[in-house]
Design a protein around this ligand. Structure first.
Ligand SMILES: C=CC1=C(C)c2cc3[nH]c(cc4nc(cc5[nH]c(cc1n2)c(C)c5CCC(=O)O)C(CCC(=O)O)=C4C)c(C)c3C=C
Ligand SMILES: [Fe+2]
Length: 383
């Protein structure tokens, strides 16, 4: 075996308040996050949304200490995974590549080249696959790979998703069991999974397997937990005016409260580290909604972070990937393109195809302005 590396992928988060706007700009510049009919509109719209959103987002980051803990925790996970793999007999370097903030994926790749890594396992820190997270990072890496002959010499494999891994399910079940044992009535408390949402169009039009994987993951965790508690799955963090996966977390909490549920044990399942959507959105915003609705216990299960059972699970995923047949970027799910190609032709007067194209473009600009107004007018959770 040649020099071995593991590349951990994550989303990244602003380290300090000044980073919030450029971080949001990077995020909204990604067509996997906002898909526009023309790539030319991507940068101006990203600039506009990041500028409009930055202030509210900064206030949220202020509430959790002035920045995202994601980099620190991901680097701790990388350290812990390296130690675990070394202990299991694998001499390995572990790298962190973030999609929208430091250390960027490109920085990790540069280090991998400097270290002359010959075999690489690419492991996203998202247990379930979504085109907006793992898919986006894979597409970026695919582009980098295609233009770099040096990288093409590396024998690599990707892990598209790993929510079925038994050690991961066990780590989640243990964390939930610990929390359940602390509430007033451990046998009746409701286990409430809160997954990150995505727009419905990702599932229905782009073929994202995310919803299926999330539903299967929640059911598997409950099987491992092996307790009689009822459970519910809902989706948080919706952004903008389009329809996202339902039920929405805030609505589901209110419905359970109206049904007389008094104790909720809330489990974040789309990510494996504490970040703004656990520390601010769940712990502050949803807690307030729950208490207001009459929920008496709102206990949040911690993200796995560097939990030893979880780190061993990650090590097992890496070891399995090394012995399985390599999976290239091209074998993972690509969003199905529903791009409309417009006819391009010389200028003519009248209702020609090109006049229709321009009418369409002007209507699109008007529509985008309307969307932005709607966006600004509606009190969305993340705004
Ligand atoms: C606009 C669309 C977004 C989609 C689709 C989306 C999917 C998605 N995101 C995560 C995990 C994380 N998201 C984080 C931050 C974040 N995400 C969006 C938007 C979308 N996410 C925004 C605007 C932000 C910034 C936060 C804010 O403005 O308040 C983070 C980083 C959090 C941190 O600590 O900084 C993570 C992690 C998943 C898993 C997912 C789809 C499955
Ligand atoms: Fe997100």
């Amino acid at each position: 075996m040649g020099r071995l590396g593991v590349l951990l992928l994550n989303l990244g988060g602003p380290d300090k308040l000044e980073d919030v706007r450029p971080f949001l700009y990077n995020l909204f510049s990604d067509p996997e996050i906002i898909r526009l009919p023309s790539p030319l509109l991507q940068a101006p719209l990203a600039w506009l949304i990041s500028t409009l959103r930055a202030k509210q987002s900064q206030q949220n980051y202020k509430k959790i200490g002035g920045g995202s803990p994601l980099r620190r925790i991901t680097e701790e996970q990388a350290q812990a995974l390296r130690s675990q793999l070394v202990q299991n007999g694998h001499d390995v370097q572990v790298y962190v590549g973030m999609r929208y903030w430091h250390p960027f994926t490109e920085e990790a790749i540069a280090q991998i080249k400097r270290d002359k890594i010959e075999e690489l396992v690419i492991l996203p820190l998202y247990p379930q696959f979504s085109i907006s997270t793992t898919g986006s990072s894979f597409r970026l890496l695919d582009r980098i790979w295609q233009t770099d002959p040096e990288l093409q010499k590396i024998k690599y494999t990707v892990v598209p998703s790993w929510y079925e891994n038994s050690g991961y399910l066990q780590a989640m079940a243990n964390l939930i069991a610990n929390k359940l044992d602390q509430v007033k009535d451990p046998s009746t408390a409701h286990v409430f999974f809160s997954a990150h949402g995505v727009p419905v169009s990702y599932i229905e039009e782009a073929g994202d397997p995310y919803q299926k994987e999330i539903e299967a993951c929640a059911a598997l965790i409950m099987q491992k937990l092996n307790r009689p508690n009822p459970y519910k799955l809902a989706y948080q963090s919706r952004v903008g005016p389009v329809e996202w996966l339902q039920p929405y977390t805030d609505v589901a909490i209110e419905e359970l409260a109206a049904e007389g549920v008094k104790e909720l044990v809330v489990v974040p399942i789309s990510f494996v580290s504490e970040h703004i959507e656990t520390l601010e959105e769940i712990d502050m915003e949803y807690r307030e909604i729950a208490e207001h609705a009459g929920i008496e216990t709102f206990a949040r299960v911690p993200a796995p972070d560097t939990d030893p059972t979880f780190i061993q699970a990650l090590a097992d995923v890496v070891i399995k990937a090394l012995s399985d047949r390599p999976i290239p970027f091209s074998a993972t799910i690509q969003p199905q393109k529903n791009t409309k190609l417009y006819p391009q032709e010389r200028w003519e007067w009248g209702m020609t195809p090109s006049a229709e194209v321009w009418n369409g473009r002007l209507a699109m600009i008007g529509f985008l302005i309307l969307l932005l107004e709607l966006w600004l007018g509606r009190g969305q959770i993340l705004q």
